[in-house]
Design a protein. Structure first.
Length: 186
């Protein structure tokens, strides 16, 4: 069964981008989310971001780490807060437990300011090629954001980080023989 998770975005105004998560927010789609936000920030540094989670089933720690990085970056630079709308109760608890609700604007499902008519022009985020090494580095960065956010998160994610760092070493080791083999051929 193919994963039908998708992230769409729309720009209802010149200084606002609305991103809609369809399905699960995971390590698989957190990099396209981050790349889209960075691209939009490059176009207009004062852009406000709204993340619509009405159709988001769940979020993993990498996805929430990306939200933490974006939200903290917006806050640090004096930009509008990252706003999450249509957040289910379970996701609200996760965001609160990890400390993200302290700096993200989190609005429950019953308090959504989004209008379907106004945001009818959603398009998919661009999902370019990502190497195994890039994906692992992305996941490490996201988990480090969560740990830096609240030291209590280190207990929860220290084994995840260890696994990812080991995976990074294995990925680097797997690349080495291919390079050596290519050199030997010359």
């Amino acid at each position: 069964m193919k994963d039908e998770t998708q992230i769409l975005y729309a720009c209802p105004t010149d200084d606002c981008v609305v991103l809609r998560v369809m399905g699960r927010g995971t390590f698989l789609n957190s990099m396209p989310l981050k790349r889209t936000i960075e691209r939009m920030q490059g176009r207009n540094p004062k852009t406000a971001f709204v993340l619509d989670l009405e159709q988001c089933d769940t979020m993993d720690s990498t996805f929430m780490g990306v939200l933490a990085g974006v939200g903290l970056g917006q806050r640090r630079e004096g930009k509008p807060s990252l706003t999450l709308v249509n957040v289910c109760e379970r996701a609200q608890k996760l965001l609160q437990t990890l400390g993200l609700s302290h700096f993200l604007e989190v609005r429950p499902r019953s308090d959504s300011p989004l209008s379907t008519e106004a945001l009818a022009s959603f398009i998919p985020t661009e999902d370019g090629p990502v190497s195994r090494r890039q994906q692992i580095l992305h996941m490490i960065e996201a988990h480090e954001e969560l740990i830096n956010l609240d030291s209590r998160n280190s207990v929860q994610f220290e084994n995840v980080l260890k696994y990812l760092e080991d995976s990074l070493e294995r990925a680097a080791g797997a690349e080495q023989p291919a390079v050596a083999t290519a050199s030997q051929r010359q």
